[in-house]
Design a protein around this ligand. Structure first.
Ligand SMILES: [Zn+2]
Length: 301
């Protein structure tokens, strides 16, 4: 855990607004204008948190940056020091979630944006570990210009959620909301709602449209690869220095993707079957999110 130091920055004196307040007070004896937002910032060993008093509280800033340091330490241990960036990561707290904007993302400058979901949907920091996993790869992205690579969207999102499961296993945010990933992902397969891995690799345009399926299913594939082929195989795929074609992935694994995908599915189904009452455990999750659209073969792909 890194040190957390920082303080609320003093609000600047704004003569016009102040004068207006005085005039209103003089005129009608007591009404006030809403206070203009004051900047909030925090700094720690690996992060800069920025927001303002309209969008975050002091307590949220303090809690968030400590969570971020814990996630950073876990992801750094996962990827190793040679893949850990040295530059600080900026996190912007953008205020309440709205359906007309992205909830959490890394922008073109490598800065993380988070928005505040309802508390039972993970609040401000449910997606933080996932986004930190992305942001810690910013230098890697640019060093190798990975954006146009075959399979790269699949790998980027799959690796980020895999890292988030390891760094923040109890997270109460999307896509597991505190449930055991084996229960949720296994139940998807049992319900016939799995999207084949080969489809997700080829069709990254399904990423968001089918997010209730894509995020758990890809992360599960990476967990399987780690357990079966070792963590180094995951890192060789996710931090490849050559284009991540199917052939490249197969050469890392020493098996065809057809074989690996089939073995993954059996592995996930077995893990689900080994959990007593998995279907009952999954039921409230599937009831709570029953209105979320599910993609189907023949319709969406
Ligand atoms: Zn992501």
């Amino acid at each position: 855990m890194g040190r957390v130091a920082g303080s609320r920055v003093a609000r600047r004196w704004q003569p016009r607004a102040g004068l207006a307040v005085l005039l209103i007070l003089a005129g009608c004896g007591g009404s006030t204008e809403p206070e203009p937002p004051a900047p909030l910032s925090r700094s720690s060993e690996h992060f800069e948190f920025e927001s303002n008093t309209n969008r975050a509280t002091e307590a949220e800033m303090d809690f968030g940056i400590q969570e971020a340091e814990a996630h950073w330490a876990a992801i750094s241990a996962l990827v190793g020091p040679e893949r850990t960036p040295t530059a600080k990561i900026t996190v912007l707290l953008d205020g309440d979630y709205r359906s007309d904007r992205t909830g959490a993302y890394v922008d073109e400058h490598g800065r993380i944006h988070v928005t505040r979901y309802r508390e039972d949907l993970g609040g401000y920091f449910g997606p933080l570990a996932h986004e930190i996993a992305h942001a810690m790869r910013y230098t890697y992205w640019h060093t190798y210009n990975v954006g146009p690579w075959e399979n790269f969207g699949y790998i980027e999102e799959g690796f980020a959620e895999y890292a988030a499961i390891i760094a923040d296993p109890d997270k109460n945010g999307f896509p597991f909301y505190g449930y055991d990933p084996d229960v949720i992902t296994g139940e998807r397969l049992v319900r016939g709602e799995g999207i084949p891995q080969r489809v997700m690799r080829a069709r990254h345009d399904l990423n968001t449209a089918c997010e209730w399926q894509t995020y758990p299913l890809r992360a599960s594939w990476f967990l399987y690869v780690e357990e079966t082929y070792g963590r180094q195989a995951v890192l060789d795929i996710a931090f490849s220095t050559v284009e991540t074609t199917d052939e490249r992935i197969e050469s890392v694994l020493g098996a065809t993707l057809t074989e690996v995908d089939a073995a993954w599915e059996q592995w996930q189904r077995d893990r689900y079957a080994a959990i007593p009452n998995a279907a009952q455990i999954a039921a409230p999750y599937f009831a709570k999110f029953a209105n979320e659209g599910i993609c189907e073969e023949g319709e969406d792909w």
